[in-house]
Design a protein around this ligand. Structure first.
Ligand SMILES: [Zn+2]
Length: 125
């Protein structure tokens, strides 16, 4: 059955996203779906002293990369979870704007799609 197939791919993507998020962020306490990006701590140098200025600059750069990655992972995870909720509530596969059925090819390409083509928002892809 197609719905079971789409549900499975949504669940698989959700698990991958959570794994990726856990590597750079932690769940925000008390707020479901919110993640806090972790500041990277590189291993201390051989001297065992404080991080050099270059190391600190690398950490800041890595943190900025993580912030950007965390933002898009979190957004995607929320979309996946909304799709799984729609499956649970029996409203999956209908455009959130006009309630028309979303074409199956579109759902296969992106099971988290919330709109048909006329009402597509860029954020979905
Ligand atoms: Zn629509």
């Amino acid at each position: 059955m197609i719905l079971a197939e789409l549900k499975k791919s949504l669940e698989e993507e959700r698990d991958r996203l959570v794994t990726d998020l856990k590597s750079i962020a932690r769940p925000h306490p008390g707020v479901a779906g919110e993640w806090d990006t972790q500041f990277p701590k590189f291993e201390p140098g051989e001297s065992g002293s404080h991080a050099s200025q270059e190391e600190e600059a690398d950490e800041v750069e890595e943190y900025e990369n993580r912030l950007a990655a965390e933002g898009s992972l979190e957004t995607r995870l929320l979309a996946i979870n909304r799709a799984l909720e729609r499956i649970a509530h029996g409203t999956f596969g209908k455009c959130a704007t006009c309630s028309q059925p979303i074409p199956l090819e579109r759902l296969r390409a992106n099971p988290a799609a919330e709109h048909d083509m006329p009402h597509e928002k860029r954020i979905e892809s």
